[in-house]
Design a protein around this ligand. Structure first.
Ligand SMILES: *Cc1c(COP(=O)(O)O)cnc(C)c1O
Length: 462
């Protein structure tokens, strides 16, 4: 016997019915049918739940299911990993893929993906080699370390380093350095997965050398330092420098591992920026292992770089987790090409987009802002007011926290007041343009817009 339909669901359309309506209105063009059906099913199920638990809005109608489905399907028709214009003024923007690659790094990726590649072959003997040969020499030369090894990302590098050097034993770390990175991931949780036991010392704002000293037991395998890369502390604060930590470790026969987070290979002070510890300094201080990201200040692809003493790096290399967090060939190609720029720091500042944006001259940015504002005024006529203003840009992505980089911006204020709707339409363009909303307008920050992208921005407003 059929169950009588629930009267509350009387108006709820079926998935097929919604798909037919979308089809009739042309919304399914270019969207694979199974993906469209999946979108619609979710919308219908959500409406069913809301109708049954009474949380559906007062004016609910079957039409809203169709509209919502259309929006969800449209997203699938559009979303691709295409190049996007970053007008947010945040240089290392994790949601936008962090670092744009240099021309040479892009070329290296294209060469590596064209077909097969000698990823793990010794060209002379034809024997199996290591994919690490493509970067280890560069890492040693650039950082002064005895050895280098790269993995999938820096979280993996930290995990592997701790697992290889301290699993089942104790790792001493300051409470002031237990950081949460993006996406609600906390480094202490990642570290705990290594099997090492974290021993927290000091307080949030102050940790002294004697705090580490007192925590050392026969069970201590490692002293860990973590760079506070995405926040800064001022006021009543004290931390132990890496040099002092290494001196303590050496005296007690305990290695030091340093998670630098961002990992600069150039001294940013040469471009009038506040100091950010360099990898070379961390290596020279005598750390057994230094880890950092490939796609933060380094300006390369997603990767986790490990450099340090041969014995420590070898233990990481041989650990079973090394295989689970292996770097892929495209990232490896891009990383090698990015590292090669750093053989000449001047070339790195010129070729690596993240560094170029960091060092950009505000006067040049102002010139570009004036050009863009002029073109946007021509394009938009009386639909918006367009003004040039000065604005700050940020490094983002866990580097140089709180540092405001003076920049120039164009503020577009729609006459219809619908800045959010305009921003949404810019996101749906090809290429998508990502802006910030500021004082009821769209703020386009020139520090993160690559010069060749300016015409794209003008087109997007057409
Ligand atoms: C960003 C960051 C990480 C994680 O690096 P990913 O490359 O994003 O995995 C770890 N530690 C610190 C201190 C960081 O800033």
């Amino acid at each position: 016997m059929a169950v009588p339909p629930d009267p509350r669901l009387r108006d709820l359309p079926s998935v097929d019915r919604v798909l037919q309506q979308l089809e009739a209105r042309g919304y399914l063009e270019g969207v694979p049918r199974p993906l469209a059906a999946r979108c619609v099913r979710r919308v219908v199920e959500d409406a069913r739940r809301r109708l049954l638990d009474g949380s559906a809005p007062a004016g609910w109608s079957a039409a809203s299911v169709v509209e919502e489905s259309a929006r969800a399907v449209a997203w699938h028709a559009q979303v691709r990993l295409v190049r996007a214009v970053n007008a947010t003024g945040i240089i290392i923007h994790t949601n936008l893929g962090r670092a744009p690659l240099s021309d040479a790094a892009q070329e290296a990726v294209r060469a590596a993906l064209a077909g097969y590649t000698l990823l793990e072959v010794d060209p002379e003997s034809g024997d199996r080699g290591s994919r690490q040969v493509h970067v280890e020499g560069l890492l040693e030369v650039l950082t002064g370390a005895e050895a280098g090894f790269v993995v999938n990302n820096n979280a993996a590098a930290v995990l592997l380093g701790l697992a290889a050097l301290a699993a089942g034993r104790q790792v001493v770390v300051s409470r002031g350095e237990l950081v949460e990175i993006g996406g609600a991931f906390r480094m202490p949780d990642v570290m705990a997965q290594s099997g090492a036991r974290l021993v927290e010392v000091g307080t949030t704002n102050k940790t002294y050398l004697h705090d580490y000293e007192r925590a050392i037991t026969p069970e201590t395998a490692l002293l860990l330092k973590v760079h506070r890369s995405n926040f800064s502390m001022t006021g009543f604060v004290h931390e132990v420098g890496v040099g002092d930590l290494v001196a303590l470790g050496t005296a007690r026969g305990i290695p030091v591992m340093y998670d630098l987070g961002s990992g600069a290979l150039v001294d940013v002070r040469t471009r009038n920026l506040p100091p950010e510890p360099t990898v070379q300094e961390a290596v020279a201080a005598g750390c057994a292992l230094v880890t950092f990201s490939g796609d933060k200040l380094l300006g390369g692809p997603q990767a986790g770089v490990m450099v340090g003493r041969s014995d420590a790096v070898d233990r990481c290399r041989r650990h079973p987790l090394a295989r689970a967090v292996r770097i892929d060939r495209l990232d490896l190609a891009a990383l090698a090409a990015t590292l090669r720029h750093y053989l000449s720091p001047e070339e790195a500042w010129r070729e690596v987009p993240v560094l170029r944006m960091l060092a950009a001259d505000p006067r040049e940015l102002t010139d570009r802002a004036l050009w863009l504002a002029r073109r946007l005024r021509e394009t938009l006529g009386d639909r918006a007011t367009v003004t040039c203003i000065s604005a700050d840009a940020q490094v983002g992505g866990g580097a140089l926290p709180g540092v405001a980089l003076p920049s120039a911006a164009v503020l577009v204020r729609p006459r219809d007041g619908a800045a959010d709707a305009w921003a949404a339409r810019l996101r749906q363009r090809r290429p998508p343009v990502m802006v910030r909303i500021h004082e009821g307008g769209l703020l386009l920050n020139l520090r993160t817009i690559l010069p060749d992208e300016l015409p794209d921005v003008v087109d997007a407003f057409r």
